[in-house]
Every structure is written in structure tokens, then in C-alpha cells.
Design a protein around this ligand. Sequence first.
Ligand code: FAD
Ligand code: EPU
Length: 344
Amino acid sequence: MSTSPVSLLPFNTFGLAQNARTLLVLEQRSQLPELWRSLRSELPLFVGEGSNLLFTAPFEGTVLVNRLKGITVSDVGDAWLVRAEGGEGWHGLVCWTLEQGMPGLENLALIPGTVGAAPIQNIGAYGVELAQFCEAVESFDWDSGEIRHWSAADCAFGYRDSVFKHAARRHLILSLTLRLPKAWKAVLGYGPLAALGATASPGQIFEQVCATRRSKLPDPGALGNAGSFFKNPKVGEAQAEALRLAWPALPVYPAEPGLVKLAAGWLIDQAGLRGCRLGGAGVHEHQALVLVNLGGATAEEIVRLAALVRERVEQQFGVRLEPEVRMMGPRDETNLDEVLACLN
Ligand code: FAD
Ligand code: EPU
């Protein structure tokens, strides 16, 4: 436990020097009843590694950092059930399961952040989403002070979405149980993975995923960022067809019936914004969907750059981008207009 105010610099991968009034680290479940009693009315902000967060203002409350640790496995015949505490690192869990000879998570290697945050936006990469492996989620309900158990269906997972995303500050995720089927099947649909061929091993896929990610995505330790700043937008098939007539190279991915997903990074790149900067904030040179802190950026610069990117893409393609990153100011926001209104 530390005293207030406290710097959030070690708790956000954008590398912004914002403060919180108080910061508490949850290391053992036995701390929960007392923490809940003292913070019940206040509702703390739950944070893992801050790799999907942008602190747009000093946080006038308590940040509760989840560092609960532990992994257990049970063999249920055709699968392994892996239960990990919310403060475990996600990439560490991926490596650990592979080392134990339990493949499945290799496509999700090197995604920053904690296990407890993984269900919030249903993390995904290279053709795989957490939802495909999620067996159960255990949470602490901050309203009632009770432990709750969620099946995968309860979680209502979607693309970068879940039931928790809409009430993330109410349900503190304590643990996640994954079902890893013993009948492993490679997922090789994504470009650089297809080149591995049908006999690719989990280890080879893991290595390829890590190499691909390192070539595109900036290491937050070297260049502050929170991964993709925007979600890939979904549009109707007719709109995508019209766009394709004008831009035949437009990447289009399948989504729900009647909808397709467009590559926001491609749209931003085609709008001529890759590498552009606003003060200390920049559009990453190797991946235009990632906004970066080039050094000394303020949250306002990052938000204004995001607004500029959204405006230019909308002008050129008629497609409105929505942030993926959670913006924490007076409120927990993914609505850029609300955040801009607070800056003005
Ligand atoms: P935080 O950023 O700390 O929190 C994110 C949200 O979850 C906040 O709303 C927070 O309040 C809430 N939260 C955190 N922990 C808990 C908890 N225990 N209980 C309840 N609520 C909680 N994401 C992908 O899906 N795919 C990618 O390929 C990907 N690549 C990335 C690459 C880079 C370089 C970076 C920096 C980020 C990337 N991300 C990606 C985003 C990020 O890694 C994920 O969103 C990750 O799950 C965030 O984990 P975290 O612990 O840092 O959560
Ligand atoms: N592209 C460009 N220019 C760019 C960036 C991308 O032309 O500057 C093109 C690429 O060439 C490719 C397409 O856009 O044809 C898609 O790019 P990429 O494969 O790099 O993936 P993405 O759609 O930009 C998504 C996720 C990533 C995830 C990767 C891999 C979202 C919002 N982002 O990015 O997740 O790692 O796919 O599966 O869905 C994150 O969520 O933070 C994140 C990094």
C-alpha cells in the first residue's frame, strides 16, 4: 500500500506522468473484505498493466492494481482446464502453457497486460480470440461484495467486447479459467502464419507470432503506446463494396452476417497519416493504428491527434473510427467526443 498522491507512470504503457489520489495493490485475496469495506462507496478504478489505458486527467480516486498470482491445472480427459489468477501476466501464461505441453494460446503470444484484463475486451490476435478458450470468469462484485462466477456465455464476448467492458469498474476480475482441448488444431489463416504450412507446430506458430508482432508493434518499454488506438470498423457489405470500387486494395475481413470489418490501420495509412505527429504524440511509422508517445507527449496531444485521425479518415472514406483504448479522466470513457469536450 502506498500513500497519496501517487504517480501512475509505472501503471500505463503510454508513459504518461499522471497522478492518482491513492494507489492500492491487491496481492492476496484476504485483503479484499477490508478493501471493499473502506472503498465501497468510492468504487476504485481497476488496473492491470495499463496497456489499454490513456489517463486523460489526474485520477481523483483510488487505483486498485491487481497482482493476484497463481496458476492451477486440471485434466478433464479431452482438455486441460487452466485457472490463472487475474494479476498473472498474459504472455507469461501463454509461455507457461506451451512449456507444459498444453498448446492453444500460441496465436495470442506477446499481448501485453494481465490475465484479469483479458476478458474485458476479449483480447484477440492472428485469427484467435480469448472467447474461444474461456471456460469461466470469477469476479468480485464491488456493489454487493460477493464473488460471482460467469460462464463464457454470460460474458457476452464480441469483437473487442464483453459484458465487463460496459461495467468494468464494478466487477473486479479475480481469475480466469481456460479450456485447452487436447485435440490441438493450428490456426494459420493470418498472412505470415499461412506461410508456415499445415505441419506447423505450436512452437513455430508462437515464434512467428512474436516475430511478426515485434516487426510491427512498438515495444512500450521503448516507445509509449497502448496498442491499436482504434477498433477496426464494421460496415455494411454494400458500403464496403462501394469503397472497394474506389480503393481495390482495401482489406476486408468477415464479420457478422451483412457486415464486414475494415482495417483501420490501412485507412489511416491511406489518409497519409502514418508517421505524422502532433507535439509529442505520433502515428506509429510501422503501424498507423498505433498512436505513440514520441517523448514528453501530453494526454491532450494524444487525444487531439486521435481526433485528427478520426476526422481525416471520415472525410476520405466516410467511415467513423471508434477508440479501442479506455480513456480515464473524470470518467472511464471510450467516447472521444466526451473526452474532447472535457479538454475544451
Ligand atoms: P489495463 O490497461 O490495465 O485495463 C484495461 C481495462 O480493463 C480498463 O478498463 C481496466 O479498468 C480494466 N481492468 C483491468 N484489470 C481488471 C480486472 N482485474 N478486473 C476488472 N477490470 C479490469 N489487445 C488485443 O486484444 N490484441 C492485441 O494484439 C493487442 N496488442 C497490443 C500491443 C501493444 C504493444 C499494447 C501496448 C497493447 C496491446 N493490446 C492488445 C491491448 C492490451 O494488451 C489488452 O487490452 C490487455 O488485455 C490490457 O491488459 P492490462 O492488464 O494492461 O489492462
Ligand atoms: N495496414 C497498412 N498500414 C498500416 C497498418 C496496417 O496498410 O499502417 C494494413 C496491413 O498491411 C494489413 C491490414 O492493414 O493489410 C491489417 O493490419 P494488421 O495485420 O497489422 O492488423 P490490424 O488490423 O491493424 C489487428 C488488431 C491487433 C492485432 C492484429 C493481429 C484491432 C483493433 N487490432 O490489427 O490488436 O494484434 O490485428 O491480429 O483489431 C490491439 O488490439 O491493441 C492490437 C494490437
